[in-house]
Design a protein around this ligand. Structure first.
Ligand code: NDP
Ligand SMILES: CC[C@](O)(C(C)=O)C(=O)O
Ligand code: MG
Ligand code: MG
Length: 319
């Protein structure tokens, strides 16, 4: 692959072997790159990474002498990890990478001035970045450069993006644009918006006395099949495939559900991201031992929608 030649002969380190970490490490390893995974001593990911065939070392050792270091630990863990294990071990002139702009944009990490800083943000969950790559295709990535002392950091960023995402497309951005749009998208649309939409639809049908299993298929399970058509061919092709009855209902009802008020709420969400309010609250939550998140996790895992979903998935996927 012509595009990833800038990584050839370089020592690449991926710190973390979670959702994004395993995908970046394995995709680049499969393309013949020299990849080491950096983990903390006793990490539960250690054996998995070794079994997957990549070299593993403790973070400080993996960073020492590396040409490119991509930090793929959780955002909230990165500042302490950078200060304790990465900063003093990074060689001068190395390339330091991120998959999300959060810590640079909100100034939680200020990298040493003698290192190059870039971002490659795949536009998809890490497990899909790996699965789609294994299927011979790729997930597109955003790329940005924050510090370019070597004057070739853009080449490194594009090479990394083309390797991890199998050359399907790289869009240039800035740390600010990626951070704000990514946070907005995951909160208002992709994760927060979609799960609340499915939950509200499911609850409305169940509260009206309909069979929860029918409600689940209608409001959750079928979502993927409809969205797969949008993903592959766009809104018009999806609307072409559904019945005229559904298409008419789509035009007249969608706007009753996502109203002017919903759009105003979205603007409020964006403003809080732009002024750093969301970031501040998220960091406080992590410093507070994830109390709110643990409560939400427990409530959702005990919920009716999850109970029905588990039964329905057994039915659908055991065949
Ligand atoms: N999840 C996704 O799909 C996406 C994530 N991103 C970005 O990618 C980055 C990584 O996110 P994500 O993949 O979700 O992260 P994960 O939560 O999946 O990362 C878990 C990995 O990080 C390691 N880890 C956790 N804490 C520490 C620590 N203090 N020191 C060393 N290693 C640690 C874990 O090791 P251990 O086994 O020791 O716990 C594990 O290997 C973030 O910047 C995120 O915003 C960008 C696009 C999508
Ligand atoms: C949509 C959530 C995401 O931004 C992602 C998978 O792209 C994340 O932070 O995990
Ligand atoms: Mg994100
Ligand atoms: Mg994202």
């Amino acid at each position: 692959m012509e595009e990833i030649k800038f990584l050839e002969g370089k020592r690449l380190t991926v710190v973390g072997y979670g959702s994004q970490g395993h995908a970046h490490a394995l995709n680049l390893h499969d393309l013949g790159m020299d990849v080491t995974v950096g983990l903390r001593q006793g990490s539960k990911s250690w054996e998995k990474a070794e079994n997957d065939g990549v070299k593993v070392a403790v973070v400080g050792e993996a960073v020492k002498g590396a040409d490119v270091v991509m930090i793929l630990a959780p955002d909230e863990a990165q500042p302490e990890l950078y200060r304790s294990e990465i900063e003093e071990n990074l060689k001068s002139g190395a390339y330091l990478g991120f998959a999300h702009g959060f810590n640079i944009h909100y100034e939680r990490i200020t990298p040493r001035e003698d290192v190059n800083v870039f971002m490659v943000a795949p536009k998809g969950p890490g497990h899909m970045v790996r699965e789609i790559f294994e299927g011979g295709h790729g997930v597109p990535c955003l790329a940005a450069v924050h510090n370019d002392i070597s004057e070739d950091t853009r080449d490194i960023a594009h090479a990394w993006a083309n390797g991890v995402g199998r050359r399907v497309g790289v869009i240039e951005t800035t740390f600010k644009e990626e951070t704000e749009t990514d946070l907005f998208g995951e909160q208002a649309v992709l994760c927060g918006g979609v799960t609340e939409l499915m939950q509200a639809g499911f609850d409305t049908l169940v509260e009206a006395g309909y069979n929860p299993e029918v409600a689940y298929f209608e409001c959750v399970h079928e979502m993927k099949l409809i969205i797969d058509m949008v993903y592959e061919k766009g809104f018009a092709a999806m609307r072409d495939s559904i019945s005229n009855t559904a298409e008419y209902g789509d035009y007249i009802t969608g706007k009753k559900i996502i109203t002017k008020e919903s759009k105003e709420a979205m603007k409020g969400v964006l403003k809080d991201i732009q002024r750093g309010k969301f970031a501040k609250e998220f960091i406080e939550e992590t410093e507070n031992g994830y109390k709110f998140m643990n409560k939400e996790r427990a409530e959702y895992s005990d919920s009716k929608i999850e109970e029905v979903g588990s039964k329905m998935r057994k039915m659908v996927f055991s065949k």
